[in-house]
Write a protein that binds this ligand. Structure first.
Ligand code: FAD
Length: 442
């Protein structure tokens, strides 16, 4: 029989969004049970051999500030002031992230951040963490969850439920089963693999530490995030199939050939390249758009569970954290009417996370192709210059996404208005010059 958890909320998934939301709810006096499929990441090594570093930006910072954790998170991060673009001939070019030292990103180890959030959640008397508990089934009519733990089935009856179980969310699947739900999933034809660029023996960095490094190639893309110990986590994005793909790069000779062809400047920096390659898994990237995000007043989704995006805008975690703030705000606004709060939360977020999905796709093209183009660089410079002269009226799209909390859709609409204004001004200026020249000649 299900254990009735009077008044307690169940959060499925103790990843980034789940652990943050547990803390937010607990701070409001709500009892929370977090059910996480994996073992406690604070006891063993990092799960799955993945040590992804994430770029923390304004939206994530805002959410972490709201739970009083930002001062503990920041010392775990490395500031990234901009991108360093590496060309095939070994040349580099720096593109700042913003107009000043405040407009920067922060590279943080996903596991370290998750452990910190879990530590704080666990210390809170209102939170109970249950590791090795996988959500298997949701009984919507009886309002019960069935979890699997060490081969046993456990049934619980929480007061309400949050699905924070990531892109392949079981909570979402179960919630939407038999409902008129929209669901769209796309896979990128490119996958990713992580490699590491070690620090120098004295703890220094082999490449500029305080930056995100990008090796843009039409056929492959390397991005690196710095770590506090001077090392960098490199992520290679490469087609899954076809020539020079993950499918064809399986042995030592192929790995070496791939790097000699596309990333020769990285070869001397990666003495353990082949071992590193063989021991790291290849991951896939997915975009998920779905609706609805909730059912009645009982279950609601946050983070990747309702909007997974490609990682190229560095906003997945940031937007997942922003969801937590938005859900807490909606709950506060709607008092006892939880169904209205869930509906308002979804309505306020979904158009914007759909926009983020598109922006994240577009940034894939930007990172692999456009960052090298002189036109693109000139356009970025113009954006930054206009922003410097007109800081209140001219905001580059990247600035709005990474350094403000302007909703994603509003940011894109404003960027389009600015583009139109610029195009109009250019046409107007060209027209004025033309008329002036004609009058002068006449
Ligand atoms: P997750 O972090 O995936 O957590 C879900 C949790 O649920 C996991 O702990 C999982 O074990 C658990 N779970 C799953 N199924 C069950 C179940 N049935 N029962 C119980 N528990 C379950 N974002 C950024 O903001 N900036 C970046 O720079 C960035 N870079 C990225 C680079 C790469 C290569 C990738 C792949 C992603 C990147 N992201 C980035 C995105 C970011 O990692 C995700 O958006 C973020 O982790 C989402 O958090 P979440 O809590 O919703 O999901």
């Amino acid at each position: 029989d299900a254990e009735a958890d009077n008044g307690r909320v169940a959060i499925v998934g103790g990843g980034l969004a789940g652990s943050l939301l547990a803390l937010s709810l607990a701070r409001q006096g709500v009892g929370v049970d977090v059910y996480e499929r994996r073992p406690d990441p604070r006891l063993g090594g990092d799960a799955g051999g993945r040590s992804i570093n994430l770029g923390l930006s304004k939206r994530g910072i805002q959410a972490l500030t709201e739970v009083g954790l930002i001062d503990e998170v920041m010392p775990l991060s490395v500031t990234m002031r901009g991108r360093v673009i590496h060309s095939p001939d070994g040349g580099t070019r720096f593109q700042p992230y913003g107009k000043n030292g405040g407009e920067v990103l922060h590279s943080i180890d996903r596991n370290e951040l998750n452990r910190l959030l879990l530590d704080h959640a666990q210390r809170h008397p209102q939170v109970r963490l249950h590791f090795d508990h996988r959500l298997a089934h949701v009984d919507k009519d009886r309002r019960e969850l069935e979890l699997e733990s060490n081969g046993e089935r456990v049934r619980v009856r929480p007061s309400w439920v949050v699905g924070a179980d990531g892109a392949f969310s079981r909570a979402r699947q179960e919630m939407q089963r038999g409902e008129r739900a929209d669901f769209q999933q796309e896979y990128l034809e490119w996958g990713y693999k992580e490699l590491s660029l070690s620090a120098l023996p004295d703890g220094g960095s082999q490449i500029e530490l305080e930056a995100l490094h990008v090796w843009p190639r039409l056929h492959g893309l390397f991005v690196s995030h710095p770590n506090r110990d001077g090392s960098h986590t490199l992520t290679l994005f490469l087609p899954f199939e076809g020539p020079d793909s993950f499918a064809t790069t399986t042995g030592e000779a192929e790995v070496k050939a791939l790097f000699d062809k596309y990333f020769p400047d990285l070869v001397p920096l990666l003495p353990n390249l082949v071992d590193d390659w063989m021991s790291h898994p290849t991951g896939s990237l997915t975009t998920i758009r779905t609706g609805r995000w909730h059912r009645d007043d009982w279950i609601v989704l946050v983070g990747d569970a309702c909007h997974a995006v490609y990682p190229f805008y560095g906003q997945g975690m940031n937007s997942a954290f922003e969801d937590c703030s938005a859900l807490m705000a909606a709950l506060a606004r709607h008092g006892q009417n939880r169904a209205a709060a869930f509906a308002a939360y979804e309505q306020s977020r979904r158009p914007h996370t759909d926009t983020l999905a598109e922006l994240s796709k577009a940034n894939f093209v930007e990172l692999k192709q456009k960052v090298k183009s002189p036109w693109f660089v000139a356009r970025k410079r113009l954006d930054v210059a206009l922003n410097r002269f007109l800081p209140k009226t001219w905001l580059p799209l990247y600035t709005m996404i990474a350094h403000t909390t302007i909703p994603y859709g509003d940011a894109l609409a404003r960027a389009h208005r600015q583009e139109r204004f610029l195009a109009g001004s250019a046409v107007g200026l060209a027209g004025a010059i033309g008329v002036g020249a004609w009058l002068w000649l006449a």
